[in-house]
Design a protein around this ligand. Sequence first.
Ligand code: FNR
Length: 355
Amino acid sequence: MKALSLRELEAAARALLEPGIHDLFAGGSDDEVSLRANEDAFARVGLVPRVLRGRGAPRLDTELLGCRASMPIVLAPTAFHRLAHPEGERATARAAAAAGAIYTVSMASTTAIEDIAQAGGPLWFQLYLQPDRGFTEALVRRVEAAGCKALVVTVDSPVFGRRERDLRNGFMDLPAGMCCENMRPLGPNCERGPARSIAFSPTLSWADVDWLRELTSLPIALKGVLHPEDAKRALDSGVDALFVSNHGGRQLDTVPAPLELLPPIADAVGDRLPLVLDGGVRRGTDALKAFALGARAVAIGRPVLWGLAVGGEAGVAHVLTMLRSELERALALCGCGSADDASPELLHFSRWEPR
Ligand code: FNR
């Protein structure tokens, strides 16, 4: 039986995956307060539709960071796809390419960026800036050569969040035969060296963003900007977009849901920087609420892993098909002809109290 919703798909994936792998994907940091908050935030906002607006069938196609996409739903970067399915990131990339959706490849992918790019769809590449600038520069050149259209620099990870599920399960490292393939330096004849591990560095600063801005002409998005003051600071750094994200509740715990933090960030940057929201997006109505509060696109993390676990490429395709049709229906039911038509007037924040 095919899942009718992302939540059904998640249940199917949970039944299939080895429990330690399921926890690795599903879990958050510390008490998982942020993890729960992400999905809850969407449920707490109501939609009040407008009627008889005659906008016609909604259009979902869009352009983001100079990249055409069939819908404003992006695949967020998630590590280790080969733990979900033997074909791993290749399967994800084929499904995304077929759907015309932008796939943000994680720096921690278990398939090399050159091999993922074979699928031919629009790719962005997620980067953790490494203290070894020479290594970062070499990787940026590889990513450019592979045809990626933008860099998504994750800035919410000066250190690694504490994931107690993984500690309890004893998940320490990838199994033999799997590694973070982008962390193998390429030799002069493209032979791949031994993988190094990804470094998280609390010394990173805006100066490193300035350095990267000088290094590449690819558009740069910063992922994990949540404070309006940082969003304003980003305006001065020459970056091209922000991901409003709490890393799916996996880094600092008790950070509010990105949906709640979106309005002040949208106020801070106005039209000057497009905003991508991720964290807890599980329905087309969720995406619509994010658009109404100022996001240009949303990104999905775990649902892609659930699709991959259940059906490889077809499973990811199913995730994208479900969300696309849900978003089309939500827009039509709200009287919107596109995501641009979504505005705060459609939202209801309950202040109801029994009299
Ligand atoms: C992530 N995320 C993430 N982010 C990033 O910048 N680099 C990475 O390598 C990863 N890896 C990763 C692995 C797994 C298993 C998860 C669940 C998440 C965070 C991801 O990009 C995104 O911010 C969240 O997953 C969005 O929340 P949802 O859609 O999972 O609720």
